[in-house]
Write a protein that binds this ligand. Sequence first.
Ligand code: 4AD
Ligand code: MG
Length: 461
Amino acid sequence: MKRLLIADLMKSEGPRDEVTIQGWVRTRRDSKTFFFLEVNDGSCLKSMQVVVNEDATGYADSKPIATGASVTVVGKLVPSQGKGQMWEIQASSLEMLGAADDSFPLQKKRHSNEYLREIAHLRPRTNLYGAVFRIRSKLAFAIHRFFNDRQFFYVHTPIVTASDCEGAGELFRVSTLDPKNPPLTEEGEVDSAQDFFGRSTYLTVSGQLEGETYATALGNIYTFGPTFRAENSHTSRHASEFWMIEPEMAFCDLAGDMDLAEEFVKSVIEEVMETCKDDLQLFFNFVDKELKQRLEFVLSRPFKRVTYTEAVDILLASGKKFENKVEWGVNLQSEHERYLTEEHFKSPVTLYDYPKTLKPFYMRANDDGKTVAAMDVLVPGIGEIVGGSQREERLELLLENMKAHGISEEDYWWYVDLRKYGSVPHAGFGLGFERLLMFITGVGNIRDVIPYPRTPGHAEF
Ligand code: 4AD
Ligand code: MG
């Protein structure tokens, strides 16, 4: 008989005569003539309690069934006497598929997240990580739904690319060279210009530039894919490989971009709160007692919107002693972001109109000559989750910026073309998928919301 999902059985409206479940044993409790199993199949947070009496088929061979083993259970779904569950299964038959001995590392006790990172292949079998990764999946769907509902097209931008969108030089080189026998230059040095069958290529840091080419053809588009940054950041919010969502809209300015970012963040949080109630409850109860209130607060009012210049004034007026000095023109550090979101506004904040010296070549110059039409969304506890801008659509000004940033027109000829042929105002942003997931779950470390985190020096799996 086909297996049923525990998630569905938990919602059953009445008892059922014969059901089959398959999953992994979380715990076993023995009595004289029967025993209990808690079986989890990953479909939901809850495990199904199974009662196995001595008359059940398989009872005689059930000794080795222990925590971690995989089983098939057939039986009746009946109301449970136990606390916290509507239903349990009275087994008529029980079969072990794969044993697990007592070296199985997830015995019933709380493990630290640090320890569980070392067994990243087994951690999705815990309550916490099971919930994180179910929510991750639902969040991805909510994101696709959001854009699909608004007639944005999903564009797959390349992972291997020759361009450095952010111009920060944080690139992973993609090489096809044989390290033992590399091509050499006339000077006898490794000819890295021949990296990728004859040219230098890298893992993408952002799909934006390619996304712009599709926005200026299809109108509104978004990307959703892995991006890579070779920055040597050892923080709880940076990973070398992370997923980014990047909408790009033709005929749109910075105000429209900020509106979309806010609507987007709120809408997907709302959907996840609706579709992941049980899993989220775990985070509300055990990870962050203020999380629920914080999420509801975020949904209930507009984000604060202030210019970079106003933010600097607020920081200067705060009288706070920051480690990093604040003055107009510096990059705001996480202590500043925290002050703005957690102490001053106590709300997500959209900062806009940044000094042009802080930002990449593609951002649109404002009339003041000093700032660009950039925006970041900052949230309490995390800091920046969104970075975006209106793009420079004026050919002359773009070329000027490229020159100022040392970017060759030859390499970006296709990007420049967009300003030569039917140029339009356009804008977009990037949202860090893992950072949003951290915000929604209250999980404090990016390593705990991506299945196999890649951070400097870590890629064991
Ligand atoms: O601010 P960033 O660098 O912006 C861009 O890449 C633009 N090209 C986006 C665009 O306009 N289409 O990155 C965007 C977001 C950040 O706000 C942050 O949430 C996330 O990506 N991010 C990271 N997340 C995890 N680890 C890292 N190392 C990250 N770097 C950026
Ligand atoms: Mg940024």
